[in-house]
Design a protein around this ligand. Structure first.
Ligand SMILES: Cc1cc2nc3c(=O)[nH]c(=O)nc-3n(C[C@H](O)[C@H](O)[C@H](O)COP(=O)(O)OP(=O)(O)OC[C@H]3O[C@@H](n4cnc5c(N)ncnc54)[C@H](O)[C@@H]3O)c2cc1C
Length: 351
């Protein structure tokens, strides 16, 4: 006798967890399968931010995504009696007068005015050098991704809905209205494998690009921060006297090790504004699954309709994944079309 579930999800990173909760919160049953590989979610700081602070523009569909985020994570927190969503404003450190002028101009724009302060703000903190003050961003914060993912896996395990194993494609078969994987039958299976998708025989041709990111966890005993500071790098309060510094972006070097170049970049940028001594406690790295058009890959395989993909969250999985998971759920159960910008159909049209 085979076990029946509503969905099988491969991957337990931020993307896989968002799918699992989307299904669970709608009363559906789930089987999650994930190997022990540390995906990029294991090194993400978990920051969510509806603005792009290099160019002072808004993230695509920022309002919609933020609205889903602010409902999604608190519902899970309440179900698990846990806390992992931490709203906290970001201070964008200005580098010169010209940036201040641009900020003030941009902050009046319709899509930015709810997030960007209308003027430069001062933050009195002796440990941070900021001669040009800051622009304040609201609607931002961070998710303790490690805690969230561990609690999700524990919860699924407690319901016998989690298997730690490497997915075996030889055990998968496609049928007209269902799929079978080993002893389990489900209407559909969703692959949320992050950068490992490139080894998936059904989706490896999607043009997913790797982008390596490196981060530090640093210890600064005398630093107290009420905000996330964003300069050329982020400085984010984590726990006690630990802070997160990141990140680098590298499309070319996807090597499986931390690099001296990234270390030099992070330390030099940090020391431009942090005036206190610090100790590097960890130097981590991961490969972001990115797409050329910065939209995720969501949708069904052209030929094997019950095999689906959920990937390409780039550097914004925390904000993007809950919204995209809702899109996918609604397309399956409510027959709503996926937003064409995330639908992998766009890649088929290109080829
Ligand atoms: C340094 C750095 C900092 C970042 N900071 C942020 C941030 O602050 N905010 C933010 O939103 N994003 C951030 N990101 C981006 C974010 O980490 C990624 O968008 C996100 O992790 C992608 O999640 P994922 O679940 O798609 O992939 P992954 O996290 O890579 O997870 C993939 C999962 O699939 C499993 N898997 C894959 N193939 C198989 C298989 N065949 N069988 C079984 N299991 C399989 C893996 O074990 C893993 O569990 C950062 C990334 C980096 C590198």
């Amino acid at each position: 006798m085979k076990t029946k579930v509503d969905i099988i999800i491969v991957g337990s990173g931020i993307a896989g967890c968002a799918l699992a909760w989307q299904w669970l919160l709608q009363g559906k049953s789930v089987l999650m399968i994930a190997d022990a590989n540390k995906g990029s979610s294991a090194v993400a700081a978990g920051v969510y931010n509806p603005t792009i602070l290099k160019r002072f523009t808004s993230v695509w569909k920022a309002d919609d995504q933020l609205e889903v985020l602010n409902d999604f994570y608190p519902r899970i927190e309440s179900l698990l009696s846990a806390k992992f969503l931490h709203p906290i404003d970001i201070l964008r450190r200005f580098h010169d007068e010209r940036e201040i002028k641009t900020w003030i101009k941009k902050s009046g724009k319709e899509d930015l005015k709810d997030f960007m302060s209308p003027e430069a703000v001062t933050y009195e903190n002796q440990a941070i050098l900021a001669p040009f003050d800051y622009g304040k961003v609201s609607g931002t914060g961070w998710v303790d991704t490690l805690g969230y993912m561990q609690l999700t896996r524990d919860y699924l395990q407690s319901k016998s809905s989690y298997r730690m194993e490497s997915f075996d494609f030889k055990e998968l078969s496609h049928h007209k209205d269902h799929i079978v994987y080993k002893d389990t039958v489900a209407p559909k299976i969703i692959f949320a494998e992050g950068f490992q998708m490139l080894s998936n025989p059904f989706f490896k041709n999607l043009p997913l690009q790797g982008n390596k990111g490196e981060v530090f966890t640093i210890k600064v005993p005398d630093l107290h921060l009420d905000y996330i500071i964003k300069s050329s790098v982020f400085l984010m309060p984590y726990t006690d006297d630990l802070f997160w510094v990141g990140a680098t972006y590298n499309n070319d070097d996807l090597s499986d090790a931390p690099t001296d170049e990234a270390k030099e970049f992070l330390t030099s940028r940090l020391e431009r504004f942090l005036k206190l001594p610090y100790e590097i406690v960890e130097h981590n790295y991961g490969i972001r699954p990115t797409t050329k058009d910065r939209r995720p890959f969501v949708g069904a395989h052209q030929q094997f309709k019950n095999y689906l993909v959920f990937n390409g969250m780039g550097s914004r999985a925390v904000l993007m994944a809950p919204w995209a998971a809702q899109q996918l759920f609604d397309s399956i159960y409510l027959n709503k079309p996926l937003d064409p910008e995330i639908d992998i159909q766009r890649c088929n049209e290109e080829s």
